[in-house]
Design a binder for this molecule. Structure first.
Ligand code: HEM
Length: 204
C-alpha cells in the first residue's frame, strides 16, 4: 500500500534549519539589551552585559555561516520565479481574500521564496555591519554609525518576517511543521499546498 507521506526535507536540511533557528533566538535574546536601554534586563539571562556581548558575537558567527549554508542549499528553489509565482504575488497568496484560492506552487510558494531571499540578504547585511561594530575603534566613525543603523534596521525587519514565518509554518498552515520536524508531510498536504512539487516527487 502507498504511504500517506512523502519526504519533504532530509535530516541534514532539518538539522541546519534548527541550528539557524537556535542561533537566531540566541542573537535576539543577547542583542535586545544592546538595541535599547529598555531591554537591559535581558542581559541577566547571560550573566550581565559583557557576557551577553560575548554570546552575541559567538552566535553571530554561527548564524552567519549556517544561514548562508541554508540559503545556498535551497538557492535554486528560491531564486527562480515562474508564471505561477507571479500569479501568487498578484493575488498576495490569497491571504487577503475571502475566497479560497488555489496556487500551482513548486517546492516553495512565492512568499516563501521572497522570505528565503530576504533572510539571505539580511544575513549578509547583519554580518558585514556586525564586523564594523565588533571593533568600533578600528574603523572610521561614519562607517560604524552607518553599520549600527543598518544592523538595527535589519534586526527589526528580520524579527518581523521571522514571526510571520513561524506563524505560517505552524498554526497558520497545519501540517507544514511536520516536514521540518520529521522530514515528511502528508500527501494531501503536499497536493493542496505545493501541487507542482508533489507531481514531481510522486510522479503523479
Ligand atoms: C520556531 C521557529 C521556526 C519554525 C517553527 C520554523 C518552521 C519552518 C518550517 C515548517 C519550514 C518548512 C516550510 C515548508 O515545508 O514549506 C521552514 C522553512 C524555512 N525556514 Fe523556518 N522556522 C523557524 C525559524 C526560522 C528562522 C529563525 C529562520 C531564519 C532566520 C528560518 C528560515 C527558514 C527558511 C529560509 C526556510 C525555507 C523556506 C522558506 O524560504 O520559507 N526559519 N521553517
Amino acid at each position: 500500500m502507498k504511504s500517506r507521506y512523502v519526504e519533504r526535507f532530509r535530516t541534514k536540511e532539518r538539522v541546519l534549519h534548527w541550528f539557524v533557528t537556535a542561533a537566531f533566538v540566541t542573537l535576539v535574546l543577547s542583542g535586545l539589551g544592546l538595541y535599547s536601554r529598555l531591554f537591559t534586563g535581558w542581559f541577566n539571562l547571560f550573566g550581565g552585559g559583557p557576557n551577553a556581548i560575548l554570546f552575541h558575537k559567538g552566535a553571530g558567527v554561527l548564524f552567519f555561516v549556517s544561514s548562508l549554508m541554508l540559503f545556498l542549499s535551497h538557492r535554486k528553489e528560491v531564486t527562480t520565479f515562474d508564471e505561477d509565482d507571479r500569479h501568487w504575488i498578484t493575488k498576495r497568496g490569497g491571504y487577503l481574500s475571502r475566497e479560497e484560492e488555489h496556487f500551482n506552487s513548486g517546492k516553495f510558494n512565492a512568499g516563501q521564496k521572497l522570505f528565503g531571499l530576504f533572510i539571505g540578504a539580511a544575513t549578509v547585511a547583519l554580518g558585514v555591519s556586525g564586523i564594523f561594530i565588533w571593533a568600533p575603534t578600528v574603523f572610521p566613525r561614519a562607517i560604524v554609525q552607518l553599520s549600527l543603523f543598518l544592523h538595527g534596521l535589519t534586526f527589526v525587519l528580520s524579527v518581523m518576517f521571522v514571526v510571520v514565518h513561524v506563524y505560517l509554518a505552524s498554526i497558520g498552515n497545519p501540517g507544514t511543521l511536520e516536514g521540518m520536524l520529521y522530514g515528511h508531510v502528508r500527501r494531501v498536504w503536499a497536493k493542496k499546498h505545493h501541487p507542482k512539487w508533489y507531481r514531481e516527487v510522486a510522479g503523479e
